[in-house]
Design a protein around this ligand. Structure first.
Ligand SMILES: [Zn+2]
Length: 439
């Protein structure tokens, strides 16, 4: 029997028209189901664990649209983003795409790199930075692409951002240039870079051959060593695909842990079907939800990582991301600093965006050690210098796009004309690869 868990709206994967959609419980799993009057019904596995889906749903704070003294006009969503009136969240991360060139040609690529041409010059970049900072003065800014290190003027671009007041600048990279070019990591650090957000899918070259088309492990290790030598913090960012690396997430955590304090954590991203991915509507067995990542982590790091350490985001939609925070204790174990509240319907109304930015600025960068006089002071310092974050983000694609979730999104791409568009709307592609947004 199907039980309706939650109703929302989505788009038809064929014609992209807006249609009603809902989450349903079937055989203990949560499915996302919708029907287009012209193109029929679509159903895709959302979370394998419907109990966890429901418990996280209850824990979210579904904030109302910002009060503007009139009802929000949701009619244009997601076609007139920029952000529109109906959007419920400010910007916690602004993504600035520097190029679509890339020195890899991966089978999986949200940006479908090398298929398009767009490269903003200094004057345009200044406008794009200004747009991000006008949206939120304290937002994290992610320089992305394509592969941003393809640009020779990357250090200048970092300096420009810092000069304009960017508090946290992170570089989304495959790490090839960091590995190949001695002194490059130090050059980026000197320019003001705060974090390397490193594509890192595992510790087995078979994984890289399947996802990236070639052996890359040695280069990844070298890139990390170069960042360590430069005192530059690294966040490991694996794409997670069942049958490829879902069974080796624990290994990635153990590797990261061995590289504390330079590796600041692991940010898992289950593969979504947008941009470039191995074709067509995904089979349920190819789907990976955040619940699968969390269960895999707890199974693969028994005793150290526990279900209750993993906290859904408290606002808007709890199914977009999770985080857990640890520090490496004196005995060499990850000790949890986060714990999920057992109370449903948490009514906490702290500013989610501000909280997220403070967390990033504190935890997602290398913190050099200091001196503390007391045992308590030394403990507090260690929870900072040796902190380790395990988080995950579930992106949406045309099969599971939930417009309610989208309106709460705080990860925004800065477009060429300086509008802010939620990441999952910006990269959305229909079943034949047609884009909703283009730079
Ligand atoms: Zn349709």
């Amino acid at each position: 029997m199907n039980v309706i868990l939650h109703e929302t709206e989505s788009l038809c994967p064929v014609c992209l028209r807006r249609i009603p959609a809902r989450y349903e419980r079937r055989d203990g799993r949560a499915y996302f189901t919708k029907a287009c009057p012209e193109h029929g019904g679509f159903s895709t596995l959302f979370w394998r664990d419907a109990d966890m889906y429901e418990s996280w749903l209850r824990q979210g704070v579904h904030a109302p649209a910002k009060d503007r003294g009139r009802p929000p006009d949701e009619a244009g969503c997601p076609f007139s983003c920029g952000l529109c009136d109906a959007h419920r969240s400010g910007t916690c991360t602004a993504v600035i795409e520097l190029t679509y060139r890339c020195d890899l040609d991966c089978r999986v690529c949200f940006a479908d790199a090398n298929s398009r041409r767009f490269e903003p010059g200094p004057a345009q970049l200044e406008r794009m930075y200004a747009a991000a900072l006008a949206s939120n003065r304290f937002c994290s800014i992610q320089l992305s692409g394509g592969e941003p290190t393809m640009r020779e003027d990357l250090p200048d671009i970092i300096r420009l951002g810092k000069r304009m007041g960017a508090v946290h600048l992170q570089l989304n990279t495959n790490g090839l240039r960091l590995a190949a070019e001695p002194g490059y990591a130090a050059q980026l650090k000197a320019a003001g870079l705060d974090l390397v957000y490193l594509q890192f899918d595992g510790l087995d070259d078979a994984v890289y051959r399947r996802l990236r088309g070639r052996d890359l492990l040695e280069l990844k290790l070298k890139a990390i060593a170069r960042c360590e030598a430069a005192g530059l913090g690294v966040l490991l960012v694996p794409v997670v695909v069942p049958g490829v690396n879902l069974d080796s997430l624990g290994e990635i955590v153990r590797f990261g842990k061995a590289h504390i304090p330079f590796v600041k954590g692991v940010h898992f991203q289950p593969m979504s079907c947008f941009g470039r991915f191995p074709g067509g509507a995904p089979a349920d067995e190819e789907r990976c939800g955040l619940c699968d990542v969390i269960h895999a982590l707890c199974e693969q790091c028994p005793g150290e990582l526990r279900l209750e350490h993993f906290v859904p985001r408290k606002q808007f939609d709890p199914h977009c991301d999770f985080s857990s925070t640890y520090f490496l204790d004196a005995g060499g174990r990850l000790a949890a600093l986060s714990e999920r509240s057992q109370n449903d319907g948490d009514t906490e109304r702290t500013d989610f965006v501000e909280k997220t930015n403070k967390y990033t600025q504190k935890r997602w960068r290398y913190q050099p050690g200091g001196q503390a006089d007391t045992a308590l002071g030394r403990f507090a310092l260690r929870t900072l210098t040796h902190s380790f974050c395990i988080s995950g983000m579930g992106f949406q694609d045309v099969w599971n796009l939930d417009l309610g979730r989208l309106r709460g999104c705080c990860v925004h791409v800065v477009t060429a004309d300086c509008r802010l568009v939620p990441f999952c709307a910006f990269h959305l592609t229909d079943e034949r690869g047609g884009r909703l947004y283009e730079n």
